[in-house]
Design a protein around this ligand. Structure first.
Ligand code: FRU
Length: 496
């Protein structure tokens, strides 16, 4: 398929190509997707197309800050090695001139169909602000995409009464039987977030079916970036609410991403919420999206950043990265997340310590590095505090601290070299579990990739993600405790 005729897209593609060629490859994470050049936010269009994984993203290749949104594009055959593809869409139509906002993708009869939000944002001559969000479609061949001439496919008249035309975005599409369905985020008359469900037989005409769930003020305002999928014997509505207030260690102030765990009757379109929990308990995680692989795995990827943090670095010309894709499974009422199993193929140079007893500050021979997979299983708890300092040297440190009395784990980037940030620390509940041999174990798996850490506790029962810009020379790992700890440690380098 030929590239669309669009000078804006041409320009973005040129800027991108030049930008990529000027960025040293070693300034990037090794096994996480980073922005090709300039700014990146939400993952979009995470899908399988012609047996490869495609990922698009909110993108502003012209600068390192958010600007008129384009769709960046890349693909992978194993979720670890990503190949950059040229920018897929630019905001070059009347209905999306204010930006091509988030959305999703699906393969239909050999074509790659994108559903996204077109934004109109302009001032008219009489001084009024013309602002609205509509849902649009584009089709392509995995490289070039053409916007549908009948766009938008869902606009104002298709929004239920009281629903906002200004906050109506982020369509996530799937197919069930003969029909296509999509969910989109919206605000109701009380300015609370709600998720709208639509159905179509041809991708062009969409019928509004139901409001699946909504905030009553308790879970923030606008609900962004919904996804809706079965997991085990339950249905999960995943949303990213704006403007939430902290609740204990579960939710933090500002934008959160939550799993709403419930039951869904697809004949009446009724979703019954049973419980709601954070997707990630770290400092940098937002707007996750999932796909289903051919072997049936539900894989989630998120933007590893937060709208509220202020992480500045002037070292390189890219800004923003994604989490490692994670496999989701349902176990005993919780959604477990684990790094995609494909990562295991890239683990090298195993270093192992079994039943290692330490007290005070201790470094272990061979346990260091910034691109590693580190497993620490704690089996004896003769302490109040135990911490793992990583990405550390005399000047810098990232800190993961476990308080055994309070059964909580803190991630802390105060010492990571930031000169501006409001949010440096976050805590989450972390209870040891009882192993098959009836011992209490707290299991921590720490994935480091130069500028990020993802911590999976107890096999993925909870996860915390954070980014930091500590200089690469700080690659030490130090264990520290005020008592005695006995632990098993396994470390691998990740070599891609
Ligand atoms: C979420 C979000 C989406 C929107 C996009 C714009 O981070 O605000 O709701 O589509 O970012 O870039």
């Amino acid at each position: 398929m030929a590239q669309m005729e669009s000078s804006q897209l041409d320009m973005a593609r040129k800027i991108e190509k030049k930008g990529i060629s000027e960025i040293p490859a070693d300034s990037r994470p090794v096994y996480h997707l980073s922005s090709p050049v300039g700014w990146m936010n939400d993952p979009n269009g995470f899908s399988v197309y012609q047996k490869e994984y495609h990922l698009f993203f909110q993108y502003h290749p012209f600068s390192k800050i958010w600007g008129p949104m384009h769709w960046g594009h890349c693909k992978s055959s194993d979720f670890i090695r990503w190949e950059y593809l040229p920018v897929a869409m630019a905001p070059d139509e009347k209905y999306d001139a204010g930006g091509c906002y988030s959305g999703s993708a699906i393969e239909v009869e050999g074509e790659h169909v994108l559903l996204y939000t077109g934004v109109t944002d302009r001032y008219l001559e009489d001084g009024t602000h013309d602002y609205c969000q509509v849902q649009c479609m584009a089709k392509g061949d995995g490289l070039n995409y053409r916007k549908y001439e009948g766009n938008p496919v869902i606009a104002g008249k298709n929004i239920p009464e009281g629903g906002s035309t200004e906050n109506f975005r982020d369509p996530k599409i799937w197919k069930e039987g003969e029909f296509y369905y999509l969910v989109a985020g919206n605000c109701n008359a009380e300015k609370n977030g709600q998720i709208l469900l639509y159905r179509s037989s041809n991708l062009e005409q969409w019928e509004f079916l139901a409001v699946l769930d909504q905030s009553r003020g308790e879970y923030g305002k606008m609900w962004e970036c919904p996804d809706f999928f079965p997991l085990g014997n339950r249905q999960i509505l995943m949303v990213s609410p704006q403007d939430m207030r902290a609740v204990g260690y579960e939710f933090h102030n500002g934008n959160n991403s939550v799993f709403i765990y419930g039951d869904y009757d697809n004949s009446t379109y009724r979703f019954v919420r049973e419980k709601i929990m954070s997707v990630d308990y770290g400092l940098d995680f937002y707007a996750p999206q999932t796909l289903q692989t051919e072997d049936g795995r539900r894989i989630m990827i998120g933007w590893m950043q937060s709208w509220d943090a202020k992480l500045e670095d002037d070292c390189c010309n890219w800004s923003g990265m994604m989490t490692l894709p994670r496999e989701l499974i349902l176990r005993e009422g919780r959604i477990y997340q684990s790094p995609v199993r494909e990562l295991e193929r890239y683990r090298k140079n195993k270093i192992e310590y079994t039943g290692k007893r330490i007290s005070g500050r201790t470094a272990l021979d061979g346990v260091r590095g910034r691109v590693i997979d580190l497993q620490v299983d704690i089996m004896e708890f003769g302490f109040h505090h135990f911490s793992i300092c990583f990405a550390c040297n005399e000047e810098y440190e990232m800190l993961l601290q476990y308080n055994h009395l309070r059964k909580c784990l803190t991630i802390d980037r105060t010492g990571s070299g930031l000169v501006r940030d409001v949010v440096c620390r976050r805590k989450m509940v972390a209870e040891p579990f009882v192993s098959e041999t009836q011992e209490e174990v707290l299991s921590l798996r720490l994935l480091l990739d130069k500028y990020s850490a993802e911590v999976f506790i107890n096999g993925g029962e909870r996860v915390m993600s954070a980014v930091f810009h500590t200089p690469m020379e700080a690659e030490g790992i130090v264990f520290d405790t005020d008592g005695v700890v006995c632990m098993d440690v396994v470390k691998y380098d990740i070599c891609v």
